[in-house]
Design a protein around this ligand. Structure first.
Ligand code: ATP
Length: 367
């Protein structure tokens, strides 16, 4: 079993300016055997520190870490049965690719025949066979990245740890490597823990995702659940591209009254929001749930607005349209078949069936 478990794990750092501060607070979760778990969150939220604690490169201040059924709190990195792939790949420049990939096993004093067999197999899986006698500088960024993965594979670890491995690659190569990593995960059937600040990368790679902010875990869920049922405004605002729009309002009967509009709440949702009648709420609407009225075949009875479009951004097959509700800037994502122009009034339909309501004070989703 290649589970990784955190039990009430915290990490405190001493900082010259800030004094003591908690980089990771009471993290409590299980990464299941064979899972591709992605840690995501803004810079400084504690995701790399979490990964480094699994690797044993950082010692937790309190709590227990398990790999498999073994507590590894004090275990040296090399005794944890993990392999880490770093952002800069950390390849040895003077060694060939074959030597780079063999290095870890040589250190473990494994027989040459076994090393050769494993390196050949990893090179085959990663399409590196023809590059084995080259030096790292003779490889492209994507190929180097593959070597770094190959070096991890030959060790056949319980858990693979990846720290932003694609961040040095250009956008096109990143997409290609994402597909390769996904396929690799399926082929190896390995447990993978992966850190990124890029939510698109997290959503496409993770079987589950840990969303972190300021040292605290906000939510652990599948990509679909995070998107459909974010627990709080942070997760709703972080997952999705562009992120969810927020509009302040008040729940009055079956309506939400905002600065400029009255939105009607679907009947079947009202019971969920009973406790908030007459109170302030924050309405969350995803950009894709605001539609150009022209693209609807049936004219809706409610929830039509007619703002002045401020900016239109073309993305190819779709485009982003910006306008204001009160003081808030709202973004809608439209299909390119229904173009709109900036500085014109446009009738839009807000699909309230897809809305999310938040408590503005706690920032939690009302459910
Ligand atoms: P990034 O995406 O920028 O890499 P991150 O989410 O991975 O960010 P961490 O590297 O885990 O963030 O850092 C979490 C916090 O701990 C940050 O505020 C960072 O400055 C601080 N920190 C990390 N390592 C140390 C250290 N050795 N000493 C003091 N503070 C540290």
């Amino acid at each position: 079993m290649s589970e990784v478990r955190f039990v009430q794990v915290s990490k405190e750092f001493e900082d010259n300016n800030k004094g003591k501060f908690m980089a990771v607070k009471n993290a409590d979760f299980t990464i299941r055997d064979k899972e591709f778990m992605v840690f995501v969150g803004p810079s400084g939220c504690g995701k790399t520190t979490s990964l480094r604690m699994i690797a044993g490169l950082e010692r937790q201040t309190s709590g227990d870490i398990y790999i498999g059924d073994r507590i590894v709190n004090k275990a040296h990195p090399k005794d944890r049965d993990i392999a880490m792939v770093f952002q800069d790949y950390a390849l040895y420049p003077h060694m060939t690719i074959r030597e780079n990939m063999s290095f870890g096993l040589k250190n473990l004093k494994r027989p040459k025949s076994e090393i050769d067999e494993k390196v050949t197999e990893a090179a085959r899986i990663l399409s590196l066979e023809t590059l084995l006698d080259r030096k790292p500088r003779e490889l492209s960024g994507g190929q180097r990245q593959r070597v770094a993965v190959g070096r991890a594979i030959v060790r056949n670890p319980k858990v693979f740890l990846f720290d932003e491995p694609l961040s040095n690659l250009d956008a096109k190569l990143r997409v290609q490597m994402r597909i390769e990593l996904s396929e690799l995960h399926k082929r190896l059937g390995a447990t993978i823990v992966y850190v990124t600040h890029d939510q698109v990368e997290a959503m496409t790679l993770g079987t589950r995702i840990v969303v972190m902010n300021q040292g605290e875990i906000q939510q652990i869920d599948t990509p679909e659940e995070l998107y459909k049922n974010p627990k709080n405004m942070f997760v709703a605002g972080f997952i999705g591209s562009p992120p969810m729009n927020f509009v302040k309002g008040r729940l009055e009967g079956n309506t939400i009254q905002t600065a400029e509009h009255v939105f009607f709440v679907p009947e079947h949702m009202l019971s969920t929001y009973k406790a908030y009648q007459g109170k302030e709420v924050t309405l969350g609407i995803r950009p894709e749930d605001i539609l150009n009225l022209e693209q609807l075949t049936v004219q809706p009875a409610h929830n039509i607005i007619e703002p002045v479009i401020k900016v239109v951004e073309h993305l190819g097959s779709e485009f982003l349209v910006y306008f204001s509700i009160g003081e808030e800037t709202i973004v809608a994502k439209f299909n390119a078949d229904y173009p709109v122009k900036a500085f014109t009034k446009q009738q839009l339909y807000v699909n309230m069936d897809k809305m999310t309501l938040f408590d503005p004070e706690t920032q939690f989703r009302i459910s």
